[in-house]
Every structure is written in structure tokens, then in C-alpha cells.
Design a protein around this ligand. Sequence first.
Ligand SMILES: Cc1cc2nc3c(=O)[nH]c(=O)nc-3n(C[C@H](O)[C@H](O)[C@H](O)COP(=O)(O)OP(=O)(O)OC[C@H]3O[C@@H](n4cnc5c(N)ncnc54)[C@H](O)[C@@H]3O)c2cc1C
Length: 568
Amino acid sequence: MAIEIIMPKAGMAMEEGTIVKWFKKEGDTVEMGEPLLEILTDKVNMEVEAPASGVLLKILAQEGEVLPVITTIGYIGKAGEVLSEGEKPKAHENIEKVEEIKLDSVKEDYDIVVLGAGPGGYVAAIRGAQLGAKVALIEEQAIGGTCLNWGCIPTKTLVKNAEILHYMKNAGSRGIKVGKPEVDIKQMIANKDKVVRQLVTGIEVILKSNGVEVIRGRGKVEKDHTVAMITGKDRGRKVSYNKLIIATGSSAAIPPISGLHQEGILTNKEILSLEEVPKHLVIIGGGVIGVEFATIFQALGSRVTIVEMAPRLVPNMDKDISHMLQQSLKMQGIEVLIDTKVEAVEKQGSSFKVVVQDTEQREITGDRVLVSVGRSPNLKGIEDIGLNIEKNRIVVNKKLETNKKDIYAIGDVTGEILLAHVASTQGTIAAENAMGASREMDYRYIPSGIYTLPEIGAVGLTEEQARAKYKDISVGKFPLTASGKALAMGETQGLVKIIIEKKYGEILGVHIFGPNATELVGEATAIMQLEGTVEELVRIIHAHPTMAESIMEAAHVALGQPIHLPKK
Ligand SMILES: Cc1cc2nc3c(=O)[nH]c(=O)nc-3n(C[C@H](O)[C@H](O)[C@H](O)COP(=O)(O)OP(=O)(O)OC[C@H]3O[C@@H](n4cnc5c(N)ncnc54)[C@H](O)[C@@H]3O)c2cc1C
């Protein structure tokens, strides 16, 4: 008898799930435990594993369907097996189908409709309105998207707490006596929520003042230049667009590791509302998000273990910087396991057993587990319009146009560079192009930041990339132990590294590990964007004492004329 595949109940509050993508087709052979399809719950994208080995006999639910939990969505059986009468596909009841929704008889027309109100979408909406367009902005969760509600802003509010605790810990050596600080996580979360609320409200006011109409609920793009609202407060409304900008963002990716879908496993969303500081937090993934949360929870008093599959943390960063970060995290007491694969996670009473494999298989027990292995673009609501989607992301050209006329895509859903300022820049360009301009994205000088203690700021090529692309390069490194300002601050861990191309003095990359690095990288970005050379950089007069001087000093080193370092 065939085995049912069901829409799982992946959380106490989960009532329904959306079929995002089937990885297999009818007739394919599947192994038990193998990822079969991706679904979207109210919280995360997750993969449903095959409940048995065999052949995928029947798919009952198509991509885009929203189904109640425990509904049968397919069958696995033996090759050639015929489904019995009881197993025959039935039409799903209670399925939320766009056709079944009664749409308002009046179709509202807009010059631009923006789907998704993250830093990509809301910026696109404001820019479109500034240019005179009648704009509707559709959002199913919260204005500000991931960045304002569950990403950039809440994490940085918590990183500031970590920084304050770090200063208090080190205050004694500067002659300031402070008592042992006490952490009140509930108050910290309340403070974080207040910051988020203030920012979100601010954006709502700006949208209103620009005449952007905000429509609440999940939008589904239809073939006839319209978007139908299929959930939420405005469910049933239908708007038509002249131009559509898709800005649906991304969600935490959950890898096909057994045990990651169970209750209590954290993503970047749930971890921001914890009511207790974990005793031992195991973080799966040593990328940007993983190391930021490691810094926060280590400072709050958790024992933290990072498990990273790659041979180094933040593998996209310059090698020197990533090694320095790894050392720094270890010095802070964070356990860093690289070249280590998580094989399974099992619940053990109130804790989780994380089975890992490096040279041997072993177990780590933590009371909380955070999954931060990357992001998965949100493709719900845009399944039916024939968009070119490759590797799970919408393909766009430099003008942010998709393969469909009048439809643009921006931000994380394009999978280009998953940063808020990239999404916002793309939003501006897409809105301008929608209004008749012909602007293109330039991805050469995108600064990025990692908010550890100390911070990382980077722009341009890593040393490895520069060596591969250019024949003759020079690298200048200025250690912060030689910086007057860093010494005065008592924060001498780190360096500024600059990579230049020797023939024309072009600045290829700047990588900073040290206090205020995420601000400092702005200077390097500005110079590079304006095509300033390294000779011009060393001629710019920098105030003393500042951390910014270190960029100039590193440039002197790259030119072979260090001023504040001994002659070699
Ligand atoms: C923990 C964390 C920390 C981060 N820190 C930083 C940082 O410090 N700096 C930085 O630059 N970036 C950071 N990022 C990345 C940044 O948050 C994203 O790059 C950015 O939010 C992408 O913007 P977006 O507009 O493309 O999408 P999102 O911000 O994801 O917004 C998309 C919106 O679309 C909505 N939506 C989706 N589908 C539909 C639909 N069908 N109908 C209606 N609404 C829909 C979603 O609800 C969401 O609100 C961080 C991310 C995380 C997770």
C-alpha cells in the first residue's frame, strides 16, 4: 500500500503551509529522508523529507497551493503500483485558491505596484512616488521586511548591548570600577522592539507623506497585469499595474539535515524573542549572521559553539580577515568548529543533541540551536507568470528587468548580494527605470559589514580575487597596535588592509578589522566609487587622532613608504 506524504505540522501555531517547490516529479525514485519538496510555513521555508523509499507515485498538491496541516499532498509506493480507490487523488478541501476568492468588482489601477515592503520594496515605492507615479505597496507581514524587523536593526540593537558589556568588563583596566553587570534579556528584547517600532512607524509615515498606498496581505501576481490579494486584511482586493516591482525578499534556509524542523529550533526570527539567555547555544553556520549572533550571546553569558562546514568562518571575506575573526572569537571564549558537518539534530529532553562529523563523529549538547546557513528567496505569489527562475532566484539584468515585460525584481529575491543597501539601491534604480529611465546596477563597490567585536568592514576584491584578476598588485597592512586612536581607545586588535593595482594605483579592495570598521569602510567606498587612486588617498588630509588615519597609513604601506611603522 502506498505511503502518504502529508503537509507537516511543523510548529504548534502552524495551521497551513504553502507548497513552494517539488524537487521530484511523478515517477522519480526517492530515498527515505531525501528532501522531496519545499513548503512555506508562517515562519520559515522548510523542506519535507520522503517518509519512505520508493517511487513518487502521485503529486496531489501543486506549487503555490496553500493547504491545511496534515493534508495528503502525495503518495510514495513501489514501481508500477496503482493507487487503490481510497488513495485516489481527491480534490483538496479547504484549499486557499485564488480563483475561489471573491474579488472586488472595482479593479484599482496603479502606475507601479511593489510586492514586498522590505528595504528594497519600500524604497522603490517612495522613489516611484517621488517621480509622480501612483504607487501601491503590498506587504503580508511587517513594513520594513527582514531588515527592520528581524535582521539589520534588531541584531545591531543587541550587538550594542554586547558592546556595552564588553566595555564594562574592560573598564577596570582603565581605572573605572563597575559592579558585575546583570543581564535582563526581557528588557533587552523590549528595547529592541521599541527601536524596531519607532523605525517601522517612521517608514509608514514617510510612505503616507509620499502618497504611497499600503495594501496588507499576501499578493499573488496574475497573468493579466494584476495582483490579487489572497490573504490578510485586504484579502479579495485586486489591483492592476502598469509596472510591477517584485521585492519579496528571502527567509532563513533550512538545510536537509534531519531534526532541523522540530519545535524549538531557532532561526534569526525566533532567536530575537528569547525570554531566557541560553546556557549553551549551538550555531549551525559560521557566516555573517552566525558570527553576529555568536558575539551577542557570548556577551550575554551563553556558552557558544559555532559549527561551520567550510574550512574558515565568513568564507566570502578576505582570508586574513576571516582568520583574525576566528582567533578573536576564540579569544572571547566562543568554540569554533570549522571543516565540521552537522549530520543530525535530536531532541533530548529540554536539550538538543547535535551530531557532527569532522575527523570523527561526535555529539554536542546545547539547550538551544540556531540555524543560520544562508537565505532562501521568497518565491510565493509569483509562481504563475512564467518568470525566469534559476537556482531558486529571479533572474534579472543590470536594469533589474526580468524576462517578463513591465516586471522588475529587486533585493534578496534576485539572489545578487543579500544586503539591505543593495536592495534599496536596486529599488531606486528599478523605480526610476519603471518611470522611463535607463539606469544600471554597478556591483563593483558594495561595502559590507559584520557586526562582531571588533567589527569588519570590506569593499571591493579580496586579496585572492585581486591576484586572480590582476597581474601586479601590492598589499598594504596597517596593524591597529600602531594607531594612536586605537591605543587611546584600548581597542588595538585588528588591522586595515588595502589592495592596490600597481600600474595605475587603482584601489582594488579595502578590508578593515577593528572598532568602527563598518563606518570606516565608507571612506574607502567613496574613494573607489570616485575612481580615486592610492596616490590621491595618501594625499587626503586625515584628522588626527582618528581610526580613519589607518586607511591612509595602509595606503602608505602598499606604496612601500610606511610612515608610522618601522622601516623593514
Ligand atoms: C539576522 C540578519 C541580519 C542582517 N543584517 C544585515 C545588516 O547588518 N546589513 C545589511 O545590509 N543586511 C543585513 N541583512 C540582510 C537584509 O536584511 C536583507 O538583505 C534585506 O532585508 C533584503 O531586503 P528585501 O527588500 O529584498 O527583502 P526583505 O527585507 O526580506 O522584505 C521582503 C518583504 O516582502 C514580503 N513578502 C514576500 N512575499 C510577499 C507576497 N507575496 N505578498 C506580500 N508581501 C510579501 C515579506 O513579508 C517581507 O516583508 C540581515 C539579514 C538577517 C537575516
